[in-house]
Design a protein around this ligand. Structure first.
Ligand code: FAD
Length: 306
């Protein structure tokens, strides 16, 4: 099923993002966790695509497992890193053979050995080029990434939105946001894009901080702000993984409740393969999925936007 149909027809769409483990044992372990995640009836699960090496094969294997064994729709990520256009022709067939119908089309980050993203000769420089190719093919639903706090390489927030709109014009059907820790960042960005004519689903990406050092490292990589209050609360428990996670979960729950009040109709949970995160937020998501009033109240006051 195309993911865009879910956003059009379901009251609330709950999606989970996982990354493919590097080892066979890691894969077995994650598959066990995914079976448990199924209890919360995620509408789809997305699987990230690594910067290179073995985990790329694992994206396909994991995507196949989620779709074929768990019967959950899957969104397979695909990046431009180290791929030529010819590679993508082959990769598309491989994804289709695993039953993958939806692709999150990304430029990708450079491998750690390289400072800057450089396209392959005969490859793609920007995600919009990959999106254009996938869209022409017509066999995939297409998602794209968006940045409420502006992508780190962008010339300006205005130009970043301009290029996001280009991805939409070229065929992206829905946008999943980078994580943010202050709702207002997402809401301002979403509303600005709405004013600029964007009418496709803009889905907030929600993360749960696990420690002060972890979240500050992630935030630095993506150019996101971490509220000082959150850092302070996490620092009280530095070195105590369990209590740090509780602080992170509490923050994520507050963010989720605030977003619901602002009329979101879906959440993408950056689960980082952590059962604790899915177990803590999953029940709220299940409740939201059955709340038909969410959609009708938004339709009534014209805020649905698509
Ligand atoms: P693009 O849309 O190509 O944008 C990259 C930069 O170029 C931006 O600064 C943009 O403003 C600028 N730009 C775009 N078009 C033009 C143009 N025509 N001219 C000049 N400048 C332009 N990374 C992975 O490696 N694997 C994953 O699985 C993965 N999953 C992700 C999932 C989500 C939901 C998100 C938000 C990010 C994910 N990433 C992943 C990270 C992502 O690959 C990086 O943020 C990457 O640096 C940018 O990817 P993009 O698709 O947004 O690139």
């Amino acid at each position: 099923m195309r993911i865009i149909e879910m956003y059009h027809n379901r009251p609330f769409v709950f999606s989970i993002e996982v990354f493919p483990p590097k080892t066979e044992d890691g894969m077995v372990n994650l598959q066990k966790k995914l079976r448990a995640f199924a209890v919360f009836k995620p509408d789809y699960i997305s699987v990230t695509y690594g910067a290179g090496g073995g985990t790329r094969q694992n994206t396909q294997q994991l995507a196949g497992f989620i779709g074929n064994e768990l019967g959950i729709e899957v969104l397979a990520h695909l990046t431009c890193v180290s791929h030529t256009r010819k590679d993508v022709i082959l990769l598309k067939e491989q994804f289709l053979s695993e039953g993958v119908e939806n692709i999150m089309a990304l430029r990708g980050d450079p491998p750690t050995t390289e400072k800057k993203f450089e396209p392959m000769p005969g490859g793609y420089r920007y995600a919009s080029e990959l999106i254009e190719d996938l869209s022409r093919d017509r066999r995939f639903g297409i998602g794209a990434a968006g940045y409420p706090e502006t992508h780190i390489d962008a010339i300006s927030s205005q130009m970043d939105r301009y290029f996001l709109k280009q991805k939409i014009e070229r065929g992206a059907e829905f946008v999943i946001s980078q994580f943010f820790l202050e709702n207002q960042k997402f809401l301002n960005w979403r509303d600005q894009l709405y004013r600029e004519g964007v009418r496709i689903p803009m889905i907030p990406g929600l993360i749960c901080a696990q420690s002060s050092s972890q979240i500050q490292r992630f935030a630095k990589m993506c150019g996101c702000m971490v509220p000082s209050e959150l850092i302070k609360n996490l620092e009280r428990f530095e070195g105590n993984a369990e209590d740090s996670l509780k602080v992170g979960l509490d923050h994520a729950e507050k963010q989720l409740n605030g977003l619901i009040r602002e009329g979101i109709t879906g959440v993408h949970l950056y689960a980082l393969n952590r059962s604790e995160v899915v177990n803590a937020l999953g029940p709220t998501m299940v409740g939201l999925k059955s709340r038909t009033d969410l959609r009708s109240s938004l339709e009534n006051d014209g805020r649905l936007g698509f």
